[in-house]
Design a protein around this ligand. Structure first.
Ligand code: GRF
Length: 204
């Protein structure tokens, strides 16, 4: 029997570089996160995160919602894949597609997302990547930071589980701010996932 066979199986959903995916994988290796990344799902075939998964011998799935006639059909197909892989928790990490409602309902309170701003500020459809940091700078905010929240059927809407605050500096650009926030994302997300898996949040 493999050592990690009894650990909860997580699927990490990505669309891009997957640095958060890497921090989650690393956390499973050093004991910060007592779980197994069993599947990496991407909506983009070229996402570098898929390479990270391959490097770690983690199963991958490229899932294209548009291949299906309706969101319901896409949801059923995705759910089938997740169940076949015995996935218990889902971590969205830079996933730029709305998860089908069927999946959200099936994994109620077992899906988390990381967002690079202090929600409820700067969230919602179209608020991702540099758009978020540009908005923070344009508003003149003096602090920002990542939020990890439960995923429901609306973008960036579910209950916030944890946030880390970082200073916004006078000479920040969207890139420098993004880098400062990302550094904190890598520390925050695995720790929040650990608490979620352990049932340490009082969810309904
Ligand atoms: C992160 O900033 C995360 O907060 C957001 O998308 C970005 C993903 O970065 N949801 P990476 O692919 O994990 O490097």
């Amino acid at each position: 029997m493999k050592l990690n066979e009894t650990k909860p199986r997580i699927a990490v959903f990505i669309s891009g570089g997957g640095s958060n995916l890497q921090s989650i994988i690393d956390a499973t290796k050093c004991g910060i996160l007592s779980a197994q990344v069993a599947l990496v799902v991407s909506n983009r075939k070229k996402a570098y995160g898929l390479q990270r998964a391959a490097n770690e011998n983690i199963e991958t799935l490229v899932f294209k919602h548009k291949k299906y006639a309706s969101p319901e059909e896409a949801g059923e197909a995705l759910l089938k894949e997740l169940r076949a892989c015995e996935i218990e928790f889902i971590a969205l990490a830079g996933y730029l597609s709305l998860l089908p409602a069927t999946v959200v309902r099936a994994y109620h309170d077992r899906i988390a997302n990381i967002h690079p701003a202090l929600l409820p500020k700067y969230g919602g459809k179209g608020m991702y990547g540099h758009y978020v940091h540009e908005a923070v700078l344009a508003a003149g905010d003096t602090e920002s930071g990542p939020s990890v929240h439960i995923v429901d059927e609306i973008y960036d809407n579910g209950r916030v589980l944890a946030q880390t605050r970082v200073a916004v500096l006078p000479d920040d650009t969207p890139d420098t701010l993004a880098a400062r926030v990302l550094e904190q994302e890598h520390k925050l997300y695995p720790r929040v996932l650990q608490k979620l898996i352990k049932g340490e949040y009082d969810l309904d």
